[in-house]
Design a protein around this ligand. Structure first.
Ligand SMILES: Cc1cc2nc3c(=O)[nH]c(=O)nc-3n(C[C@H](O)[C@H](O)[C@H](O)COP(=O)(O)OP(=O)(O)OC[C@H]3O[C@@H](n4cnc5c(N)ncnc54)[C@H](O)[C@@H]3O)c2cc1C
Length: 806
């Protein structure tokens, strides 16, 4: 066994084998995989191993496509043939129009990745799958490339190819400890000896947290028991003369695929069960949980009704095994939070289908620092401070119970809430607030007109449309107040803080005391990494503010780049402060009444920051605006937040100050041309492509990503972010929707919403640069309709910025 290597992958299921293989493909061939037992002896060996192209966003679709292409290539390798039923086709069923509409959105989104789904009606479903009845069925989503693969053969093939490229695989070699050294390298301890390496990768499956504990971390991953059975042969399948397509049913929560001449039917029962919460028997290997079909009778009935042939067929085998879930249903693939040179590929609940793609994106991150797609939806740093065992288990149960029921755009599922709150949360709830969830924080979405107001779940504009319109009208014409909690805030100090920040931002960010500036951080490839405001407090402190949710991500990025000799300290204040936003033409009057001092435009102009008291609560006030109206961000310590709130409410009384929420903000920011991190600001695009040239100073001596950006600049933009006006009034263009010209996909929508102040249906999209001129006509595929659209000037509301300056 080697005692020294570049990377050690821990675990030999699909995740580990794929990561190992892809590391060799990205150029790291001196790599090792250690497996405590035999390859695939965790979950992988008994997987139903369906391989679909269906994903919730373009990153997921893209990585699944990679899996499919790779598996096909492996299966066709004459040196090592694999059983892969490629392109049997699959149907996701629907019995409501809302589900059908969602499928139409997925067709539009996947088309941009050159993946072609089809929405079909109930009769066509039955024609393609002769065993199903059309009772209570509207139709479905057809995935032509759906199939299933032999999981053990797949892993062997990946390991075999990795070995050929130079990697080594050590079976029956449990990792018993991990030591990180001062230079951030690792020693992996096993009973057969130690291995020193630069990078470790946790691919431990349901034992993820045993491995995580060895590096002093915990991942929000929980296991659920999951069952399927395989039937005896079914005559209808033999008679059909072709393989049955796969089925996935959000109506009754089961899936089904052909297994030999019978069916394999898997269940997502409501009466579900977590597994291994209090530790896992060390001897549980190549093992199953006791079967318990009584638990699945509710969903079994639905499967029987859809496929009557099941009722006349005997059960051949039952499989019940652990399957891992995370807090939001997506895996954790990327850097381990708070650790250097440590990565994970864990929480895979559809790991056979996705594993090829996850290993690919992970290996790119390990070797190149970034993947070809923006991987934030998979990033392990996306849960900050709330990824605990209990919440993970509750969300795992909720997710399991809703396996095939996708989230609607405005849907925020109830379990595990509230988890992150401020003292204002119950106060705002009593005022009628409906909450959205941002990185675990309960944030006001809008104020309900009555307690029983529950808009329907839809991809179209919902019943809250007029409520949002009224909140915006009040902000634009008068004054509104909202709480923005969870906003990420670091205090950056030390004698080298200024030069450090100058290196981190691609533009010049103000260092004037009392001033606030916006800037962008790039990665080493010259692509957008983060967006942040820098506020130079009059007392000399520097506050770095970025998106809620960016805390772990930005902390990692900033602290990684502090030089050994530099005097720079970064302290998170995210959980200590909250922002109250006062917005609207009368906001200055309200602030002046609530706080002593001269708040006139001359004394406190746009982009200023100062200390103040709001009533009796100390605050840092910034004159910045995300709404496009005169506005103030009032940063208050949480323990005095309620006092500040009461002072503002009292001061606002004479103006009829009203509350507003995140949905109003979303609409207003689109009218202003402002961007959202990880919706519009992605690692797939550089700042020029994203329309941020004014924030880039190529004449700066140094900034991270400068060289790569210069090279990209020479090659010209691949895409350009534009604002589109859509000629429709009933639905927004959702992120991922395809922009078309002449029947060809020319771009992808990143955000869409109704602009209430200008009365336009707006969308942002990255499109071919040649089509980015103002006035260019295009179409956007919105829920299956090709909606006419044209490129308009970004930020159409108050382009002269008169209103924000007041
Ligand atoms: C019943 C069932 C049906 C499924 N059906 C599908 C499906 O149809 N399609 C699909 O895509 N997915 C499906 N899945 C999910 C899929 O099987 C899993 O997502 C996938 O197998 C997980 O692979 P993994 O490599 O992450 O974990 P595992 O396969 O569990 O591999 C982890 C490996 O790490 C090793 N290990 C752990 N600790 C150590 C240590 N300390 N040292 C060394 N090695 C260690 C383990 O021995 C194990 O081999 C199903 C799962 C179940 C249970």
């Amino acid at each position: 066994m080697k005692s020294q290597t570049k990377a050690v992958v821990i675990g030999g299921g699909i995740a580990g084998c794929s990561a190992l293989y892809h590391l060799t493909q990205e150029g790291w061939t001196d790599v090792v995989l250690v497996e405590r037992d035999e390859l695939t002896s965790g979950t992988t060996w008994h997987s139903a191993a369906q391989v679909t192209n269906f994903g919730m966003n373009q990153t997921m679709v893209g990585l699944k496509t990679h899996s499919i292409n790779l598996y096909k290539e492996l299966a066709e390798d004459p040196d090592y043939l694999i059983t892969y039923h490629h392109a049997d086709g699959g149907i996701r069923l629907a019995n409501t129009e809302a589900q059908m509409e969602a499928y139409r959105h997925f067709v539009s989104m996947a088309r941009g990745m050159d993946v072609h789904f089809e929405v079909i009606d109930a009769e066509e479903c039955a024609r393609r799958h002769p065993l199903i009845s059309t009772d209570n069925l509207l139709g479905g989503l057809w995935d032509p490339l759906d199939g299933d693969i032999d999981p053990a053969q797949l892993c062997q093939a990946l390991a075999r190819r990795a070995r050929k490229a130079g990697a080594e695989v050590y079976r029956n070699t449990p990792v018993t400890g991990l030591t990180q050294h001062k230079d951030d390298t690792w020693t992996v301890h096993t009973p057969k000896g130690d291995i020193d390496c630069e990078v470790v990768i946790n691919a431990g499956g349901y034992r993820v947290n045993e491995v995580a504990e060895m590096m002093g971390v915990h991942h929000p991953v929980a296991s659920m028991e999951h069952q399927y059975f395989v039937t005896e042969p079914i005559q209808g399948i033999v008679d059909a003369g072709h393989r049955m397509p796969l089925l996935r049913c959000p109506i009754s929560d089961y899936y089904c695929r052909q297994e030999r001449d019978g069916l394999l039917v898997g269940f997502y029962e409501q009466d579900c069960k977590t597994w291994g919460m209090d530790g896992i028997d060390p001897n549980f290997t190549n093992a199953l949980c006791p079967d318990d079909l009584d638990r699945v009778t509710d969903v079994l009935e639905g499967a029987f009704a859809r496929m009557p042939a099941l009722m006349e067929t005997g059960i051949h085998t039952i499989v019940n095994g652990p399957i891992t879930y995370t807090i939001d249903g997506a895996p954790l693939v990327g850097p381990v939070p708070g650790k250097r040179n440590a990565f994970c590929i864990i929480g895979l609940r559809a790991g056979l289908g996705e594993g090829g793609g996850h290993g690919w994106l992970l290996a790119q991150q390990v070797v190149h620092g970034e993947a070809c797609y923006d991987t934030w939806c998979l990033d392990p740093r996306r849960f900050t401070g709330h990824g605990n065992v209990e919440l993970t288990a509750l969300k795992a149960i909720e997710d399991y119970q809703n396996e095939f029921r996708f989230h609607f755009p405005q849907e925020h599922r109830p379990v595990g809430r509230p988890i992150k709150t401020t003292p204002l949360t119950p106060v705002l709830a009593a005022e009628g607030a409906e909450f959205t969830v941002v990185n675990g924080w309960e944030r006001v979405d809008y104020i309900k007109p009555d307690p029983d107001f529950h808009p329907s779940l839809t991809f179209r504009f919902d019943e809250a449309f007029d409520v949002i319109a009224a909140e915006i009208a009040n902000v634009a014409g008068n004054v509104g107040l909202t709480e923005v909690n969870g906003f990420n805030r670091f205090e950056i100090s030390g004698t080298d803080a200024r030069s450090f920040l100058d290196r981190m931002f691609c533009g010049r960010v103000t260092d004037k005391p009392g001033r606030v500036g916006l800037g962008y951080l790039l990665n080493h490839h010259g692509m957008i990494k983060s967006e942040a405001t820098v506020a130079n407090l009059p007392d000399g402190r520097i506050w770095y503010g970025s998106a809620a949710g960016a805390e772990g991500h930005d902390m990692d990025w900033l602290s990684q780049h502090v030089g050994a000799e530099e005097d720079v300290h970064i302290r998170s204040l995210t959980n200590e402060h909250t922002i109250l936003v006062l917005a609207g033409p009368n906001s200055r009057d309200v602030l002046s009444k609530a706080s002593r001092g001269d708040w006139s435009a001359g004394a406190f102009p746009w982009l200023s920051v100062r200390h103040a008291f709001i009533g009796i609560a100390p605050a840092v006030v910034m004159s910045v605006s995300f709404s496009g109206e005169l506005a103030y961000e009032i940063h208050v310590p949480n323990n005095q937040l309620y006092a500040a709130y009461l002072a503002l409410r009292a001061a606002g009384e004479e103006h009829g100050l009203q509350l507003f929420g995140a949905r109003a903000v979303e609409s207003m920011r689109m009218e202003k041309g402002y961007l959202h991190w990880k919706a519009d600001l992605l690692t797939e695009f550089d700042p020029f492509e994203t329309g941020l040239s004014r924030f880039v100073k190529m004449d700066k001596q140094e900034f991270i990503g400068k060289q790569a950006l210069a090279a990209r600049q020479n090659n010209g933009a691949q895409k350009k972010l534009v604002t589109l006006e859509l000629e429709s009034t009933d639905a927004p263009a959702h992120g991922g929707a395809s922009v078309m010209v002449g029947g060809k996909v020319v771009g992808t929508v990143t955000s869409g919403d109704w602009g209430h102040r200008i009365g336009k249906n707006l969308a942002y999209a990255f499109i071919d640069p040649g089509l980015s001129d103002i006035g260019t006509k295009a179409e956007v595929d919105v829920l299956g309709d090709l909606v006419a659209a044209s490129v308009i000037t970004s930020g159409p509301y108050d382009p002269a910025y008169e209103r924000v300056k007041g």
